[in-house]
Design a binder for this molecule. Structure first.
Ligand SMILES: [Zn+2]
Ligand SMILES: [Zn+2]
Length: 344
């Protein structure tokens, strides 16, 4: 029996809320607050920040995402046979590489209408391009983003496309979980999500993480979760293990305080709320946001606000593993990070 098949027999409401001191494997996004909390964190980080305008705009995007998520109509979801098939194959039940439901375009157009007033001048041309684009162009943009390909991607428009896709997948994940929790009998009561064969990608949608985050809650104090760049689900991964290649022997940590601190102030370095977990075995890094040091830490927001850390780590030749749909990096993040407002 595979691990995924074993997990599937657990009732849906238990997988995210198991007592007895056992670390829950999955933390699913909270439908009522997921994007609103991101917006709040972005506003908090924007105060006095060199990228304040951009962080403020992403906060506006997140608030618009929250409104759209709460207004999402019912959508077709995988049936019990499809869920079972995915589990047996060790695959995520809502795979991003399967393409987006056409409903995503409606979400995008509503987001664009919502953001027209507040978008910075530098973002207006991208907004207008998307508003005028036909379905085929939009689907090509979505496919490129979901498959991680930069060819043909309208980079300036990508955060808006990504925002719509995040709403769609977060909706599907929470709706699928709610359906299982509400089912009283039968195959639909089985937990729709569980471990999959590839522990480096999201068990719900198969996307790469934005960053990892440690928990401050009592039941999971200090436990590390990877935060999905698409659906905002979080899955457990033990600490001091590379989130990309699984190596445990070549993992080290870098933080901004390493620059600021005089004379090897290791105590300060150890306390940084955002660090880069670097892996010499594969030459990549993923940021880790310490929720136990700053309880308001949020993967997407704290990743954007710590771009300077990417610069520091890039100097050592490490490549970025995390995906942030609000700010795309090139394939090789060895140069400076992209300008968030898309200026030349
Ligand atoms: Zn996901
Ligand atoms: Zn590695």
């Amino acid at each position: 029996m595979t691990a995924s098949a074993t997990v599937r027999v657990m009732p849906a409401d238990e997988i995210v809320a198991r007592g007895g001191g056992e670390t829950p494997f999955l933390r699913l996004p909270e439908r009522s607050t997921v994007f609103a909390e991101r917006a709040m964190r972005l506003r908090q980080l924007a105060a006095g920040h060199p990228l304040a305008d951009y962080l403020g705009f992403v906060a506006d995007i997140a608030l618009a995402q929250q409104r759209r998520l709460l207004a999402m109509p019912a959508m077709p979801l995988p049936d019990a046979a499809a869920l079972d098939c995915a589990a047996r194959a060790g695959r995520p039940p809502l795979p991003a590489d399967g393409g987006a439901d056409p409903a995503w375009r409606g979400v995008l157009r509503e987001l664009l209408a919502d953001l027209r007033q507040s978008a910075p001048a530098a973002t207006q041309p991208a907004l207008q391009r998307l508003a005028a684009a036909d379905d085929a162009f939009l689907d090509r943009q979505a496919d490129a983003l979901l498959s991680g390909l930069s060819e043909g991607l309208d980079v300036a428009a990508a955060p808006l496309v990504g925002a719509a896709l995040q709403v769609l997948w977060t909706h599907q994940v929470t709706a699928l979980q709610a359906r299982a929790a509400e089912a009283t009998t039968g195959a639909l009561r089985a937990a729709p999500f569980g471990r999959i064969d590839d522990k480096t990608v999201c068990p719900c949608c198969g996307s790469r993480p934005t960053a990892s985050i440690t928990r401050a809650s009592v039941e999971a104090l200090g436990q590390r979760y990877l935060h999905c760049s698409l659906c905002s689900a979080q899955w457990h991964l033990v600490r001091v293990e590379c989130a990309r290649c699984g190596s445990t022997s070549k993992v080290a940590y870098q933080s901004l305080d390493a620059i600021d601190a005089a004379d090897d102030d290791t105590a300060r370095v150890a306390q940084a709320a955002v660090q880069a977990e670097t892996c010499e075995a594969c030459g990549h890094y993923l940021k880790i946001v310490h929720g136990d040091r700053d309880p308001y830490g949020e993967a997407v927001a704290d990743d954007l606000a710590s771009l300077t850390l990417d610069l520091l780590v890039a100097e050592s030749g490490m490549r970025r593993h995390g995906v942030n749909l609000m700010l795309l990096f090139g394939d090789a993040a060895t140069g400076p990070p992209p300008d968030p407002l898309g200026r030349a």
